[in-house]
Design a protein around this ligand. Structure first.
Ligand SMILES: C[S@@+](CC[C@H](N)C(=O)[O-])C[C@H]1O[C@@H](n2cnc3c(N)ncnc32)[C@H](O)[C@@H]1O
Length: 276
């Protein structure tokens, strides 16, 4: 006779998950347990807290255990739930793409603000499509191209464009090479971490993200160097940078006119450049 598993209360599953995550690779064990349990149930978090005494089916208890085990290894919640909010949009994400960061919203806000009506904009290194998709949602008048060297990332980006009903032109290739036209505005969040920075971040959630989305070469500037060889003729460029790069990156294109924008934490994270 197959033994029948008695259902456990949501409260007990939550407590067990929280305890297990407290010993795992996360700084937010309680929040993660709540979010993952709500995800398993398909409920908003608030509903979970109002139903702590309800039973959890054995199937859901087992699913929750699997997700807690994944989170305990340090795998980001965004990859486990396959969603990350960016510019108010729910984007599909998985380990083929970098998880969009809140800092990058500053880049998009700036692009929304400065792109002339009807302009052609290129999102270089589109990853999940975060920039291209959110820009088109806000500015339907723009013609948006989106490139990436990763065909796998482009699959994710296409999925996000379809989900949000916009249609950037996706192109596979390096930097501006695949573009059929010279864009009016280039927007890019390209890999900019140096090898020292990558080494110091080992053991964090970036272990789960594509290295090609993060690795900017030995000093973190390799991709910018290549980009600048392709930029002539383009009038405006918006670049996300590492907080320590607001002088080194403009120095690679000294003829351009540069403005630095700070993020909410006061860190210099976006460069706005006008071509020579
Ligand atoms: C830091 S991620 C940014 C992803 C997305 N734009 C975002 O802001 O969330 C950098 C992206 O650039 C892509 N990439 C790296 N080198 C590239 C190159 N030479 N040309 C085009 N894309 C590149 C990577 O595959 C990755 O998807």
């Amino acid at each position: 006779v197959t033994p029948v598993l008695a259902p456990i209360a949501i409260r007990d599953a939550f407590a067990q998950g929280w305890e297990r995550l407290s010993a795992g690779r996360t700084d937010t064990p309680r929040l993660d347990a709540e979010v993952l349990l709500a995800f398993v149930l398909g409920w908003p978090r608030a509903r979970l807290l109002a139903h702590l005494d309800d039973p959890l089916t054995p199937e859901n208890a087992a699913r929750f255990e699997v997700l807690v085990a994944r989170r305990a290894t340090g795998e980001p919640v965004a990859y486990i739930r396959n969603v990350k909010e960016f510019m108010g949009l729910d984007l599909y994400v998985d380990p083929r793409v970098l998880i969009p960061r809140p800092e990058t919203e500053l880049l998009v806000e700036r692009a929304i603000g400065i792109a002339p009506p009807g302009a052609t904009v290129a999102d270089i290194g589109t990853g999940s499509g975060a920039i291209a998709v959110s820009l088109l949602k806000a500015r339907a008048d723009l013609r948006v191209y989106a490139t990436d060297t990763s065909a796998e990332a482009l699959d994710v980006a296409r999925r996000n464009a379809a989900r949000h009903g916009v249609a950037p032109a996706f192109l596979h290739g390096s930097l501006l090479e695949p573009l059929p036209v010279t864009p009016d505005v280039v927007v890019a969040n390209l890999p900019y971490l140096s090898h020292d920075e990558l080494a110091s971040l080992a053991g964090t959630s970036i272990d789960f993200e594509p290295r090609a989305a993060l690795d900017g070469g030995p000093d973190g500037l390799d991709v910018f160097r290549s980009l600048f060889t392709q930029l002539p003729g383009t009038s405006t460029v918006l670049l996300e940078i590492g907080a320590g790069q607001y002088q080194t990156v403009p120095a690679l294109a000294p003829d351009w006119t540069w403005t630095v924008h700070r993020d909410l934490a006061g860190l210099p994270r976006v460069l706005e450049g006008y071509g020579a």
